[in-house]
Design a protein around this ligand. Structure first.
Ligand SMILES: Nc1ncnc2c1ncn2[C@@H]1O[C@H](COP(=O)(O)OP(=O)(O)O)[C@@H](O)[C@H]1O
Ligand SMILES: O=C(CO)[C@H](O)[C@H](O)COP(=O)(O)O
Length: 439
């Protein structure tokens, strides 16, 4: 549902209100948030959905409701996606202004009027019905949830980094940026005081690590974009056949193929004349422009496996340049980041990890446990069952550093030049749009 961009007109009208709650979503509400989606449902499915629905949930709240029967919402989902404030609660004037006054009249019962910090034990734990479905004991503790990316952030950001030679050792946790890279990528930076970063969601209080403000940068399609580029290429069937014959994933095969064709130069240099702008599903951060499209510059007539591998590499690099742009926006607003903590499905791809390190110039820490989103969920579960006194204590005990990848400093000049081209791509795209809009 989050990837559904149908509520374009609705989000446009919401943004035109310039309501003060928008300050807390980076200044521009995203079409991926819940207010525009609710408005779309009201305007398009009034009788079949809007009037009939008992509750509207974010996925993590839906899951905890199914597990426990408790309709209380997590502070994380309401603050990050529904404009709820941890300090002030709901703002009636916002919902009235955007045409969703019925939610206010109903005392927010459909979207949540009981809000709990993540990690709080819900009701009597797992219901007998859910226990049967899941094969778990009834009554086992179930925690108020976190959104997937936030659980990933919690699962990695508190790890003890001593002995790895990292700049963040001995520094406040605010010098770490968690990047959760799956279908989309989410860039989670925390601070003691609120930081307003134009185009970057937040600041959200206590939405990930209790007591800290969170800024959440994001790229709407990353893993999905890589899959799309690779699967849509004419050489994809050949790639699949060769990877299967070697019992490898297509990405492991592509990475070894790139190693083969790079000869003596660094692998990243294969894209000297192939450049990608990665916003095939709009830009979430920091440009917050859902009208932006993808671009590929430097195509040739050949469509063999070498071309596919190099296009894949250029796409991976474009995603890493997008991360660099987000980090620069966060730093110019007041964040000071020295180390990346990366997790999610793309963390399994060594090329993706190395490119993020080379292109941002920062070390990338991978966790011992690959599924860090599940570690975050386990941290919440451990808090709900009383194993730890606080989320912070559980984070420090349950997250563990696995591998650390350092940037190849000698390649910096090349990536700086490619970054210049990257920035020109979006400039040109905007120029084309403006030419086409003119008379
Ligand atoms: N073994 C792997 N090697 C390289 N990339 C992978 C691998 N497994 C998954 N991916 C990438 O990770 C993405 C999915 O990440 P995941 O975290 O599972 O998704 P989600 O965000 O939907 O939970 C896929 O789109 C794919 O590009
Ligand atoms: O908006 C987000 C987090 O706030 C994520 O993009 C969303 O939750 C989906 O993530 P995934 O990449 O796992 O599909």
């Amino acid at each position: 549902m989050w990837l559904d961009h149908r509520a374009v007109n609705q989000v446009h009208r919401i943004n035109e209100t310039k309501h003060s709650v928008l300050q807390y979503v980076g200044g521009v509400m995203s079409v991926e948030m819940q207010a525009p989606k609710l408005l779309w449902l009201k305007e398009n499915l009034r009788e079949t959905c809007w009037d009939k629905a008992g509750h509207f949930f974010d996925l993590p709240d839906f899951l905890s409701w199914k597990a426990t029967g408790v309709t209380a919402r997590s502070l994380c989902s309401l603050v990050c996606k529904w404009t709820y404030s941890a300090e002030k609660g709901w703002d009636d004037s916002f919902w009235k202004m955007v045409g969703l006054e019925d939610l206010v009249a109903d005392n927010y019962s459909k979207i949540g009027n009981q809000v709990l910090p993540p990690g709080t034990c819900l009701g009597n734990g797992l219901t007998p019905e859910a226990a049967k479905d899941l094969g778990l004991p009834a009554g086992i503790a179930v925690a108020a949830s976190l959104i997937d990316a936030h659980a990933g952030g919690l699962g990695v950001i508190g790890a003890d980094v001593r002995g790895h030679g990292l700049a963040c050792e001995g520094q406040p946790v605010t010098s770490r940026l968690a990047i959760i890279c799956g279908t989309s990528s989410c860039h989670m930076g925390i601070s003691k005081n609120p930081i307003f970063v134009p185009g970057v969601w937040g600041p959200y209080f206590s939405a990930m690590v209790p007591g800290f403000w969170l800024n959440e940068g994001g790229q709407s399609v990353t893993g999905k974009l890589i899959d799309h580029m690779v699967q849509g290429h004419a050489a994809f069937p050949e790639l699949q056949a060769k990877a299967t014959a070697r019992c490898q994933s297509i990405y492991a095969y592509l990475n070894s193929h790139l190693d083969l064709i790079k000869k003596t130069q660094p692998v990243g240099f294969l894209t000297v004349d192939l450049h990608v702008w990665p916003d095939f599903h709009g830009n979430r951060s920091p440009l917050a422009d859902l009208t932006l499209k993808g671009m590929v510059i430097g195509l040739k007539l050949s469509q063999d496996l070498d071309d596919l591998a190099i296009l894949y590499l250029a796409t991976v690099q474009a995603i890493a340049f997008g991360t660099r742009l987000i980090i620069e926006a966060m730093e110019s607003a007041g964040h000071s980041i020295s180390t990346l903590f990366l997790c999610g499905g793309l963390g399994k791809n060594p090329l993706f990890v190395q490119m993020h390190s080379d292109i941002t110039g920062m070390p990338v820490v991978l966790s011992q446990e690959v599924e860090s989103v599940l570690v975050g969920a386990a941290i919440l579960g451990a808090c709900a069952s009383g194993d730890f006194a606080s989320v912070q204590e559980a984070m420090a005990r349950m997250s563990k550093v696995g591998k650390v990848v350092f940037p190849r400093r000698e390649d910096k000049r090349y990536y700086d030049k490619k970054y210049q081209v990257f920035l020109k791509l979006v400039e040109h795209q905007k120029e084309y749009a403006s030419i086409m809009k003119g008379d």
